[in-house]
Design a protein around this ligand. Sequence first.
Ligand SMILES: C[S@@+](CC[C@H](N)C(=O)[O-])C[C@H]1O[C@@H](n2cnc3c(N)ncnc32)[C@H](O)[C@@H]1O
Length: 278
Amino acid sequence: MHIWTEMTIKEGLSWAKEQLQEACERPAFEAELLLAYHLGKDRTYLLTHDMDIFADVNAFQKLIQRRAVHEPYEYIVGSASFYDIHLDVEEGVLIPRPETEILIDLVAEIIEKENITRMAEIGIGSGAISVILARKFPHLHIIATDICDTPLKVAGKNIETFGLSKQIELRKSNLIDAVPEVLELVVSNPPYIAEDFLLESNVIDYEPKEALFGGRMGDELLKQIILDVKDRGIKYLACEMGYDQKEPLQDFVNKIGVKYIKFYKDLAEFDRGFILKF
Ligand SMILES: C[S@@+](CC[C@H](N)C(=O)[O-])C[C@H]1O[C@@H](n2cnc3c(N)ncnc32)[C@H](O)[C@@H]1O
């Protein structure tokens, strides 16, 4: 790779686009995002200052090299856009996915309809689900668990950023083992990928295995969550799931007995989750 000591913004963008050709679907766009991040400016600044020489070319080249080997953009900049906010993220925490916004909207409908004030989230990750729900419902109290330390640390930071420490309580726990309180609803986007499923390099090489794999078939943890919620006498459970898990989960709940289970699809029309009532 040619080491530049000086570059104009225009040259920087053209060089970066070339480097990102293989790793990114939209190399020019990501080159702009990363240069804007490097400069602490927005993208329009790049257009209006394209002949300016910019500072610390070397640090910019390092950012581009990270992205060129498939490191997710969100880990490089330490932030992910989700719903109507930006959340801090870092390696060790799942980058929140847009499809999880559908789960949040369905849960919000139940909270509103049933006037729910106490609920739990299993596997908080960055805090995506709990932070959005707590912002929507100022009287809602959420106990959120995770089995790993990094998500608990990062979620804690995001909870503080949005001033939600009084509403969201964090606990290190397997599922809801450490949550003995009476609850009306549990939400979870648990790990649900089968252990032999082939994932893209940006996911498998960077995102935490604990957030991805749900067992040999993938739905083992989901089934355990369903059983735990039933045993605890909790009325509602809302979960995200894999596109191929509707049938096994329908069979499973038919056996254990539920009032109803309603499956929902994501924007690509794949089965993506369910709302269950006991
Ligand atoms: C798919 S990520 C979801 C993160 C976040 N809720 C979101 O939607 O972006 C699953 C999370 O569950 C956590 N987790 C995995 N197994 C768990 C368990 N047995 N008990 C509690 N949390 C668990 C992982 O560490 C990870 O943070």
